[in-house]
Design a binder for this molecule. Sequence first.
Ligand SMILES: *Cc1c(COP(=O)(O)O)cnc(C)c1O
Length: 379
Amino acid sequence: MTRPTNTAQISLAQPNIGPLEVELVNQVLSSDTLAMGSFTRLFEDGIAELVGRRFAVACSSGTAGLHMSVRGLGIGPGDEVITTPFSFVASSNCVLYEGATVRFVDIEETTLGLDPSQVRAAVNDNTAAIIAVDVFGNPCRLTDLEEIARLRDLVLIEDSCEALGSLLDGRALGSFGNASVFAFYPNKQITTGEGGMVVTDDAELARNLRSMRNQGRDEDGTWLRHVQLGYNYRIDELSAALGVAQLRRREEMRRARAQVAAAYDRLLAPYKWVKRPVPAVGATVDWFVYVLQFGPEVDRDRLVTQLERREIPTRPYFSPIHLQPFYRREFGFSPGDYPVTERVAASTLAVPFSSRMTNEMVDHVVDAIASCVAEQGAA
Ligand SMILES: *Cc1c(COP(=O)(O)O)cnc(C)c1O
């Protein structure tokens, strides 16, 4: 179980912080403006430009952005929202925050996103919205979902929290539907520590988002005048400065991640027992995580333990939302409810992936996976 020192400390994910980040955050620290300042606006303008949206509103997390989008688009009690159980829990919790009903629809195996034909079948008189998730940075069937939303007069929210920088037919993810949401937790393509951003072309929604994130103040921002129920979902200037620096270095980090993905692709290609992540048709993907799908001959859970013993962290990705203890208890979901989601979730594994991984590290991880699978007698 020894390994070369140059592959020490392989992490599942790793932020990439350089001198520019330190410099810009220091600028904030030596100013008197630690919140609601020019870095927040710069960060917003940068994201709006990158994804081609008219408005961007920064906030304290992706979850806060999803919540404000649901609320700002008028979704509430009595409304049903169609969304996917194969996601991070925030993409359906945001529906519950507003007292609306989550209507899960199963995924398709190709994109791991919502299956449009099942979405069509699930739409009824109470359906108010679709929340579509771009899983691992890969677009779901956004063009079809936009069409369904248009024909049935539904709100479409794109949870693009994992998809900053990915494209579908040349169009940026985060540019579909009424609003899209990005997240900047340290494992995402760019990070602000904690942070999020809602992007939209809807001026009225943008105005409302700015009010909601700021305690329900109106545009003139009079400090003790609150025109609606609001929240403190603001981002601070330190985080925004970090975001501005990361945005400037985005292309460099994207290229590094693409190289790591290509190395995995090349080294794993000979093995029949594993499926590598594949961009959707027409997509250019900047992967958020690199997720493998193992065939039935591999015991995925045993592989996790075997790799752990070799100090290689991995994580089953995702664990279905409908099978989380809270969702089972509250809504009575049980295994078998969403078979494609469950089958996929039982076979997937996120392996170490970041812009800071070296070729030696990727080599080491692939060697370890191959020898663990051989130990299982499956290779
Ligand atoms: C990261 C993520 C979010 C938001 O996460 P925060 O930690 O609140 O920033 C939402 N949806 C998906 C699919 C995510 O991966």
